[in-house]
Ligand binder design. Structure first.
Ligand code: ZN
Length: 268
């Protein structure tokens, strides 16, 4: 599942292969962009904002910079190949974007919300995002302010809301709550130490941004990379209680009923 760390890594891989290079071809397989002509444009930068990927490029005539925006959603991905390298065996109908330069080709699979817009208008897509823990301008105080801004919202829901923190998906959400001993339905206003929760979010994304296997436990072994996420019915790694699972605002939440006790008198 793509979270901020995956998108950050993807943006960096695209940047390494494309920044400062001229596109020799671009094939946008989304109906509204099918006629866009980007061959000859120079990629200036590839960055991530939360789960959004922004590929900025300048036209050959020195006109205004445009941004090819994509969202990886649950299942989208970008792969960079050397020219001539075999593309991964995946149905071609999942390909949304192909861009090439003289040495590399980037293929975007199952991308969501692919759009092309003037770079100066990026805020219309990402302007509502909360602080991004992987952004150089990361502002933890602002993240705390936003989480605290709706005190009645369940903390699990608040953490997944991209307007509070950008780049936190369901995996990090469940794992953060476990590590802080918080029941997912605890109202944000009743979380004892929001700054510590926000600091931990940044730490977890940061340790994972450069490695291909995401782990919140420290172990990179298969089946040992999470405490609670994806482990319904398995014993808690700390206390051996069985991990619970349940729907929270349309997303599947996982938690340990002993390490993350429900607030007295509250039901899910
Ligand atoms: Zn436990």
């Amino acid at each position: 599942m793509s979270e901020g760390d995956t998108v950050f890594r993807t943006a960096r891989a695209l940047h390494r292969a494309f920044a400062g290079r001229r596109l020799t071809a671009a094939d946008l397989r989304v109906p509204q962009l099918a006629t866009a002509k980007l061959a000859g444009w120079t990629v200036t930068e590839s960055i991530s904002r939360g789960k959004h990927l922004l590929l900025r490029m300048a036209p050959p005539d020195g006109g205004r910079t445009m941004t090819l925006h994509s969202h990886l959603g649950m299942d989208g991905s970008w792969r960079v190949y050397a020219i001539g390298e075999r593309w991964r065996a995946q149905s071609r109908h999942l390909i949304r974007v192909v861009v090439r330069n003289a040495d590399a080709v980037a293929v975007g699979y199952q991308l969501h919300q692919v759009s092309l817009l003037p770079t100066e208008d990026e805020h219309s897509l990402v302007g509502d995002l909360g602080p991004d823990p992987l952004d150089p301008g990361w502002d933890p105080d602002e993240a705390v302010r936003r989480l605290a801004g709706r005190p009645a919202t369940a903390i699990g829901e608040a953490l997944r809301d991209q307007r509070n923190l950008a780049g936190i998906g369901n995996v990090y959400c469940c794992e953060l709550l476990f590590l802080r001993g918080l029941w997912p339905w605890t109202p944000a206003g009743q979380v004892p130490d929001l700054p510590a929760l926000v600091a931990l979010a940044r730490r977890l994304l940061d340790v994972n941004r450069s490695r291909p296997v995401r782990s919140t436990t420290g172990s990179l072994r298969r089946g040992e990379t999470t405490y609670v996420y994806g482990r319904a019915g398995a014993p808690c790694r700390r206390c051996c209680s069985l991990i619970s699972t349940g729907d929270q605002a349309g997303r599947v939440s996982y938690w340990c009923p002993s390490c993350q006790p429900a607030l007295p008198g509250a039901g899910t």
